[in-house]
Design a protein. Structure first.
Length: 310
């Protein structure tokens, strides 16, 4: 972890390096200073490590992206990074976090807290990778992921939406397990926004330095903060790219800190009937192909052959 390694980090440096806004920074401070008691605040400007010098067991949030990125996806990124660096990319940004984690782990020792939080992080990360997104940051009890960079996908917005739906479905299963075993309620919030980023550099550990164009990252973080536990919020910019593929509820306009005008917000509630029919057609096609493999009597149609599993 950066703070553990360096001992002291200014809040300004954290905000710049990790594209954090004020509310996210406050959440991070509450997690590290109050909940885990690993650091102290100095004059409201610097975070000072107090957790000792002995290396702690590595958890999901302390590993570099290479450690939790599937090998095939890592190979794609590293093979193409020279061409990607300096390029402006259209992306959808996803933020997800475990709501109320500080209260959840109150009274637990660090190992018990890790046993509760790490499976939730794995649920989020696995859903992102399932749709070929990349997790660029794991901070405390949440993640920040990009779809469309560094791996290019023209359908980055649908992929991000489907990843959000997948992680909520998986989290509901995990929540039921935690409810039975611990009597606790765990839920995540997800926020999405689409826009542009400029890829600056991609390290050997897959960490990507980038610059957001306009409010790309800021609005995704705001959508997450506006989301009720167990829900997904997205902006009109993302909705324009997924119309007909997902089902949403219009929630109206909300003020967003840092913006003069309110922002239209939508709740993502599911995939559209069109997408479900496409999935069913692809599944039928694959079953027929598997049943007649090798005899040449049944093949997927041209559309089925080219369709991706969404």
């Amino acid at each position: 972890m950066l703070l553990q390694r360096d001992g002291r980090v200014s809040y300004r440096a954290l905000k710049r390096r990790f594209e954090l806004d004020e509310e996210y920074l406050e959440d991070l401070k509450a997690e590290i200073i109050q909940a885990k008691k690993l650091a102290a605040d100095e004059d409201g400007a610097v975070l000072v490590w107090t957790g000792g010098s002995a290396p702690a067991p590595v958890s999901a949030q302390e590993r570099a992206p290479l450690a939790y990125t599937p090998a095939d996806l890592a190979e794609k990124i590293l093979a193409s990074r020279a061409a990607l660096e300096g390029e402006r990319k259209q992306v959808t940004v996803l933020f997800a976090d475990l709501k109320g984690s500080t209260e959840l782990i109150a009274g637990l020792d660090p190992e018990e807290a890790r046993q509760l939080l790490d499976p939730a992080l794995h649920v989020m990360i696995e859903a992102v990778h399932r749709f070929e997104g990349t997790v660029n940051q794991v901070l405390g009890d949440g993640i920040m992921a990009l779809f469309g960079a560094p791996v290019t996908h023209e359908d980055h917005a649908p992929r991000a939406c489907y990843a959000g739906l997948a992680m909520q479905a998986a989290m509901r299963r995990y929540a039921e397990e935690v409810r039975r075993s611990r009597g606790l309620e765990v839920q995540i919030r997800v926020g999405l926004n689409s826009g542009e980023v400029v890829v600056r550099a991609i390290g050997n550990d897959l960490h990507m330095d980038y610059s957001a164009v306009g409010q790309t990252t800021h609005l995704a973080a705001r959508m997450e903060q506006l989301a009720a536990p167990g829900s997904i919020r997205l902006t009109a910019a993302t909705l324009r790219l997924v119309e007909g593929l997902v089902q949403v509820n219009a929630l109206g306009q909300f003020p967003v800190k840092g913006l003069a005008d309110p922002v239209e917000v939508f709740e993502l509630i599911g995939a559209s009937a069109i997408r479900r029919r496409l999935q069913a057609a692809v599944a039928r096609c694959r079953r027929r192909a598997a049943a007649h493999a090798g005899d040449g009597t049944s093949h997927c149609s041209r559309n089925g052959t080219r369709s991706r599993a969404l």
